[in-house]
Ligand binder design. Structure first.
Ligand code: PDD
Length: 290
C-alpha cells in the first residue's frame, strides 16, 4: 500500500511520524473519507469543501489549494492497485512540545493520506438489513467538525458491536425532549407516512456527503422528504430507518434495540433510494470519464 506523508509518496511500512505530533498527543486534527469508484473520486469538490470547513472549525490553515489536493489525490489513486478505493485524509496541527495551546509560531501541519480497497455492502446485507442499537449521544457540541478525536464515537460503535449490531443510533435530549442526531459513524434517516425524514445539518451532526446525495436524489425524483428534527419516538415508530455513509452508501436498518423496524424487512423507500443511488453513481462516473 502506497501512502502520502508530508510531501512524499511511500510504502506504508516506511511512514513515520513523531510521538510529539499533536494528532497523537491531543487528537488535534481533522480528516476526510472519500470513496473512489473505478478510480474516480466521488464528490471530490464536496469532500474538499467539508475538509476546508473542518480546518476552519479547528483554526488550522489549509496546507493545500484545491488544485494541489486534487493532484495529490489523483496520484494516490494511481499508485494503489484497486479500482474502487476509499481514501483517508488526515491533517494535524503538527509536531511541537506538549502544550494545549497552539504552537507559536505555528509549525507545519502533518498531512497524511492512505487508500484502502472499497468493498461496498454485499447483496445479502442489502436484503437482510442491519441491526442497530440506540444510546445517548454523549459527544461534544461541534459534531459538524470531522475531528480525528473520535473516542466517543469509538465507544459508541463498540457498544453496537458488543450487542451483535452494526451501528449505534444517537439520541440527545434538550428542554423539548429527546431527538435523534446521527449514527456513531453514519447519518440516519427515518420514514414516516411515506415521507423521508432527515435531521437538520447543525452543530450536532456531521454534514454527510452521502446524506446530501440522498436528499438531492429524493428532490430530483419527486420523493417526498422533510429536513427537520426527528423525535426519538419517531425513530422507534418509523416504518423504515436508513443509514448512509461514504463506505456503506445506503443501508436499511431492520432491527432496532432488538425490535423489528416496520415489518422487519428493507422497505420501499430503501429499495427506491438505493437503486437511484447506484444509478447516480454510474451516471457521475460516466460523465467524469468523458
Ligand atoms: N464516517 N456521521 C459521522 C459521525 C461519520 O463519521 C460519518 C462518516 C458520517 C457520514 O458522512 P459521509 O456520508 O460523508 O461519509 C456521518 C466515515 C465514513 C468514517 O469515519 O470512516
Amino acid at each position: 500500500m502506497t501512502i502520502y506523508l508530508n510531501g512524499q509518496f511511500m510504502p506504508i511500512a516506511e511512514a513515520k511520524i513523531s510521538v510529539l505530533d499533536r494528532g497523537f498527543i491531543f487528537g488535534d486534527g481533522v480528516y476526510e473519507v472519500i470513496p473512489v469508484y473505478t478510480r474516480h473520486a466521488f464528490r471530490l469538490e464536496e469532500h474538499l469543501r467539508r475538509l476546508q470547513d473542518s480546518l476552519e472549525g479547528i483554526k488550522l490553515a489549509n496546507p493545500h489549494t484545491k488544485a494541489e489536493w486534487t493532484s495529490l489525490i489523483h496520484e494516490l489513486i494511481r499508485l494503489n492497485t484497486d479500482d474502487d478505493q476509499y481514501l483517508y485524509l488526515h491533517i494535524t496541527r503538527g509536531v511541537s512540545r506538549r502544550d494545549h495551546a497552539f504552537p507559536k509560531p505555528p509549525v507545519p501541519p502533518t498531512v497524511f493520506m492512505m487508500s484502502n480497497p472499497l468493498r461496498v455492502p454485499p447483496v445479502e446485507l442489502l436484503k437482510s438489513g442491519i441491526a442497530c442499537i440506540t444510546a445517548t449521544d454523549n459527544r461534544w457540541l461541534r459534531c459538524d467538525i470531522k475531528a480525528i478525536a473520535l473516542l466517543p464515537n469509538v465507544l459508541l460503535r463498540q457498544m453496537a458491536v458488543d450487542a451483535g449490531c452494526a451501528e449505534t443510533i444517537l439520541i440527545r435530549s434538550d428542554a423539548r425532549g429527546e431527538f435523534m442526531t446521527e449514527g456513531a459513524a453514519s447519518n440516519i434517516f427515518a420514514v414516516k407516512n411515506g415521507i423521508l425524514l432527515a435531521p437538520p445539518k447543525d452543530n450536532l451532526m456531521l454534514p454527510g456527503i452521502t446524506y446530501d446525495v440522498v436528499l438531492e436524489i429524493a428532490a430530483a425524483n419527486g420523493i417526498p422528504y422533510q429536513v427537520r428534527r426527528i423525535e426519538a419516538a419517531e425513530v422507534f415508530e418509523a416504518s423504515e430507518l436508513l443509514l448512509t455513509s461514504s463506505t456503506k452508501e445506503v443501508l436499511p436498518i431492520t432491527l432496532l434495540d432488538g425490535k423489528p423496524v416496520g415489518d422487519g424487512k428493507p422497505g420501499v423507500m430503501f429499495a427506491r433510494l438505493h437503486g437511484l443511488y447506484q444509478d447516480f453513481k454510474r451516471c457521475v462516473m460516466r460523465v467524469n470519464q468523458d
